[in-house]
Design a protein around this ligand. Structure first.
Ligand SMILES: Nc1nc2c(ncn2[C@@H]2O[C@H](COP(=O)(O)OP(=O)(O)O)[C@@H](O)[C@H]2O)c(=O)[nH]1
Ligand SMILES: [Mg+2]
Length: 366
């Protein structure tokens, strides 16, 4: 995009300064052509998984070095799950009592060598623990005690969905393990600060920002709030009966509702329609069969059919959408499964159209 310098002022500046000015104008023009999209939401809602899906759909495949790192992250995720369950079992006598003699031996070894010096952020150390305790983890994952602990995972820090990793434990710990895309999408590292990536999508440059969702990371969000075209707010449907990792007295869904309300009210975003992804529909579908929404203190006003997927989803949609008091503004709701590439590809097609339209309107100042 060329910019002519024809004003008298421009003629009076030195050539190097003229060039700087021209570069700055060009940079500004290309900034304007960019679509800036934020992924916002609480920790573990699924933001980074959607960020990964964008790369699967529009970016380059993982490099060999990235795949190697992912292998270690996945092994570390297996250890994180086993530690979360072991902590719960140790503190819950009736579950600990389910351990058989050989399982108890494996359990003690894991407590002593893994749990006692565990640091969930040290991927390398955890991947090493994984490889050094394969028989113990195999024994424990099959045990009645760990099955019971998994069924009570809402009371632990276990990440829903990571049972699928332990079910593939033999593959994951084999020497020739090549990370499949479903494991890539299940892998979890906590996002710290803000990360972004640009993709050329249908001729438009989308710069997509992923942020750390836990309370202590939210202060970093403000750095990327200017000139935003679109926001995807991600909330996990399946977390209506779970407490926050960073505050065990706060229901995760209530935290998501509060955060959504503050995003809607944020002065930077008043002109932006919001795309709301009510995520983890697969886990919600399983959970709703046995967990009643009305049993949660914060949602005791639920009057829909108990154990019914549609009633539950409808109730939470109403709760989120009710925060939008501006008739000029829209909240587009999608019920998603972020680990399912087909589902995200389908949902993204309609979101993309809305975002491109919003970008055209914004560029005409509408
Ligand atoms: N089963 C299932 N797991 C999901 C879904 N979305 C995210 N996850 C998993 O939930 C965990 C947290 O997701 P992540 O994207 O890291 O959350 P973030 O903290 O919001 O970035 C990861 O292990 C994901 O694989 C979903 O729709 N279904
Ligand atoms: Mg993340």
């Amino acid at each position: 995009m060329g910019v002519c310098s024809s004003s008298p002022d421009d003629l009076n500046v030195k050539p190097s300064t003229q060039k700087q000015k021209r570069d700055a104008k060009e940079a500004k023009a290309s900034e304007d052509a960019k679509i800036k999209m934020l992924l916002l939401g609480c920790g573990e809602s699924g933001k980074s998984t959607i960020f990964k899906q964008m790369r699967i759909l529009h970016g380059k495949p993982q490099t060999a070095a990235e795949l190697l790192r992912l292998r270690d992250i996945i092994r570390s995720n297996c250890v994180m799950l086993m530690v979360a369950l072991a902590n719960f079992i140790e503190a819950t006598a009736e579950v600990e009592g389910l351990l058989l003699a050989d399982e108890r031996k494996a359990f003690n070894k894991v407590l002593e060598e893994v749990v006692s010096n565990f640091n969930d952020e040290n991927v390398d150390a955890n991947a090493e623990h994984c490889m050094n305790h394969i028989p113990q983890f195999q024994t424990l994952w099959k045990s009645a005690a760990f099955k019971e602990a998994w069924s009570r995972r809402a009371e632990t820090d276990a990440i829903d969905g990571h049972d699928a990793l332990m079910d593939s434990f033999d593959d994951i710990t084999s020497a020739d393990y090549a990370v499949p895309s479903n494991h890539l999408l299940l892998s979890r590292v906590r996002t710290e600060g803000v990360v972004s990536h640009s993709y050329d999508i249908d001729g438009a440059i989308f710069e997509i920002f992923d942020v750390g969702g836990q309370r202590y990371f939210r202060k970093t969000w403000f750095d990327c709030f200017e000139d935003v075209t679109a926001i995807i707010f991600v909330a996990s449907l399946s977390e209506f009966d779970q407490m926050l990792a960073e505050d065990k007295s706060k229901n995760r869904m209530t935290e998501a509702l509060d955060l959504f309300s503050s995003v809607l009210d944020n002065a930077y975003f008043t002109k932006i329609d919001l795309l709301l992804f009510l995520n983890k529909k697969d886990l919600f579908a399983t959970k709703i069969r046995t967990s009643n929404i009305a049993d949660q203190k914060d949602f005791s006003d639920f009057e829909g059919k108990p154990n019914d997927f549609d009633s539950g989803v409808g109730y939470f949609i109403d709760k989120f959408v009710a925060f939008n008091e501006d008739p000029e503004r829209q909240v587009f709701v999608h019920i998603t499964c972020a680990t399912d590439t087909g589902n995200i590809s389908f949902v993204w097609e309609s979101c993309k159209e809305i975002i491109l339209e919003a970008n055209i309107q914004a560029s005409f100042g509408l």
